[in-house]
Write a protein that binds this ligand. Structure first.
Ligand SMILES: Nc1ncnc2c1ncn2[C@@H]1O[C@H](COP(=O)(O)OP(=O)(O)OP(=O)(O)O)[C@@H](O)[C@H]1O
Ligand SMILES: O=C(O)c1ccc[n+]([C@@H]2O[C@H](COP(=O)([O-])O)[C@@H](O)[C@H]2O)c1
Length: 194
């Protein structure tokens, strides 16, 4: 089994996330993509984030009709910073025959040298990188770069959770930026000042 790990804060999940997951799945012949909302994202500790319950629910709504997408709450259940190394170690123990890949946007590839025990992470996984408008990861150190496989012909969209939040706060539409069910949920729950 080839499994893509799509980690994120998903505050909220949007079509940029879904698009990179799908293009990584197809481009790298992945059998499944597991969406893993971070409980306590290590590089967003200074930011106020929406409760894990809402973020997880939105990820479930966004992925429920895809036969090869699954949602795992492993990082939400664990306390402390959501270090990817711990998640990967748990998965490789539970699924010794699976091959794991981390799916991420260009900003995160650029950020990899800052991750907790990144060299150890790279012993377990290959990285699938997707270009992201507005970021250029052209100065990645060699020890990281050699583990990254870029999906070069992928469709790119300039969209972020921050932008979605801002639109909602301003009372503007986020239709087609997030799945309809997520749009509805944001309104029902009054998230992001809607
Ligand atoms: N539009 C996009 N194109 C490519 N990758 C993306 C895009 N949006 C998010 N990603 C990737 O999805 C993963 C999770 O991102 P995250 O949940 O932090 O969303 P975000 O939109 O980057 O949020 P924020 O606005 O808070 O920075 C990261 O690997 C990030 O690079
Ligand atoms: O393990 C780390 O040190 C680490 C540092 C930064 C980010 N990550 C993971 O990368 C994913 C995207 O992070 P973020 O902050 O852009 O949502 C998410 O799954 C985080 O847990 C992991």
């Amino acid at each position: 089994m080839r499994i893509g790990i799509m980690g994120g804060t998903f505050d909220p999940i949007h079509h940029g996330h879904l698009l990179i997951a799908e293009q990584a799945r197809e481009g790298m012949n992945l059998d499944q993509v597991w969406f893993i909302p971070a409980g306590d994202p290590p590089h967003k500790r200074h930011k106020t984030i929406t409760s894990a319950k809402h973020r997880l629910h939105m990820v479930q709504l966004a992925t429920e009709n895809h036969p090869y997408f699954q949602v795992k709450d492993i990082e939400i259940k664990r306390s402390g910073p959501s270090y990817t190394l711990l998640t990967i170690q748990e998965f490789t123990e539970q699924y010794p025959d699976a091959q794991f890949f981390l799916i991420m946007g260009e900003d995160m590839v650029k950020n990899l040298p800052e991750w907790y025990k990144i060299e150890e992470i790279l012993q377990y996984v290959q990285i699938i990188g997707l270009h992201r408008p507005g970021t250029k990861a052209d100065d990645i150190p060699d020890y990281v770069d050699k583990h990254v496989c870029w999906i070069e012909d992928a469709v790119e969209i300039r969209l972020s959770s921050t932008f979605v939040q801002k639109q909602v706060r301003l009372g503007k539409s986020v239709r087609y930026m997030v799945p309809d069910l997520v749009d509805q949920y944001i309104k029902e729950q009054g998230l992001y000042g809607s």
